[in-house]
Design a protein. Structure first.
Length: 115
């Protein structure tokens, strides 16, 4: 059974950094398009970033995230990452990892940016 498990969320002060991880079981992440989404309270889930099986990276066309988030993949570890820098209170959300081809989602990891 395919499973995606996110980790790395937590409480961080504004301006801080977090690195989220998404580890897969039963599949080879490098063979699929993968992505990170987030959902803030009372808002719709939105795309943060994605990486295709060929390695093409796409970031959400949002000035609020541009230049601060980096998606990358470690094929040896079979893990997808989201490096988040210069975090802002508006980045507070549950962050989800997804496999686009199989439409599988992780359980999410909470990120809270607050002083």
């Amino acid at each position: 059974q395919v499973r995606l498990v996110e980790s790395g969320g937590g409480l961080v002060q504004p301006g801080g950094s977090l690195r989220l991880s998404c580890t897969a079981s039963a599949i080879n992440l490098s063979s699929y398009g993968m992505g990170w989404y987030r959902q803030a309270p009372g808002k719709q889930r939105e795309l943060v970033a994605s990486v295709s099986a060929s390695g093409r990276i796409h970031y959400a066309d949002s000035n609020s995230m541009k230049g601060r988030f980096t998606i990358f993949r470690n094929n040896t570890a079979n893990t997808l990452y989201l490096q988040m820098d210069s975090l802002r209170p508006e980045d507070t959300a549950v962050y989800y990892c997804t496999n686009f081809n199989l439409n599988v989602w992780g359980q999410g990891t909470q990120v809270t940016v607050s002083s």
